[in-house]
Design a binder for this molecule. Structure first.
Ligand SMILES: [Zn+2]
Length: 199
């Protein structure tokens, strides 16, 4: 077993996953042509739990933030338990936008990283690993201060190293098989970043 080549991932020995939104907040919602209605927060829980299972199967220590907590309580829950260097905390989202091709909507991933060069290096590693495992070529990594919200609390306010992932768009595919594919791609990238091994 190797260890991560990424400086800020050498010390943490646990991956903490949180499903975006939570505590009953729906996040993005989308209705398809057949009138089926999809809710980001529910999909994020499904995907987060599948990522956790895949990582645990490969021997990674994973903790999932309780899904009942809203985003403010999730940050407090993390900060009550983990100092900087003790964990890598990752929040899982789906994105929403009009006018995308089906491929972009289904397979374009995004990574938001923090202010440090070390966090940026991990963001770019994740971006490249996502692409190598099936995310589309327009998958991106950018600083959280470039988000529509100015900054992201999950990254700005958590004590440990934090990233926020956008796994495709609600306007893309939404079937169970697709959500599992998103989870597998994500687990592979997290595993490769965290352990230095190939998935
Ligand atoms: Zn979201």
């Amino acid at each position: 077993m190797m260890t991560s080549s990424l400086r800020l991932l050498k010390e943490p020995n646990v991956v903490v996953l949180a499903a975006g939104h939570g505590g009953g907040a729906p996040g993005a919602v989308h209705s398809d042509d057949q009138g089926r209605r999809y809710q980001e927060s529910k999909q994020a829980i499904t995907i987060t739990d599948q990522i956790a299972t895949a990582l645990k199967e490969r021997g990674v220590d994973v903790v999932v933030v309780p899904h009942a907590l809203d985003y403010v309580a999730s940050i407090k829950w993390v900060n009550d338990r983990y100092a900087f260097g003790k964990a890598w905390v990752i929040e899982i989202h789906r994105d929403s936008a009009a006018g995308l091709s089906l491929d972009d909507a289904s397979r374009r991933f995004g990574v938001y990283y923090g202010n440090s060069e070390g966090s940026k290096a991990i963001g770019k590693f994740l971006r490249d690993s996502f692409k190598s495992h099936g995310a589309n070529e327009r998958t991106w990594a950018k600083p959280h201060t470039d988000s529509n919200y100015g900054k992201l609390a999950w990254i700005a306010d958590t004590k440990p190293l934090a990233h926020l992932l956008e796994l495709g768009f609600m306007q893309g595919k939404n079937d169970d098989e697709h959500l599992t594919r998103l989870a597998t791609i994500t687990a592979a990238a997290i595993y490769e970043a965290f352990t230095g091994n190939s998935f």
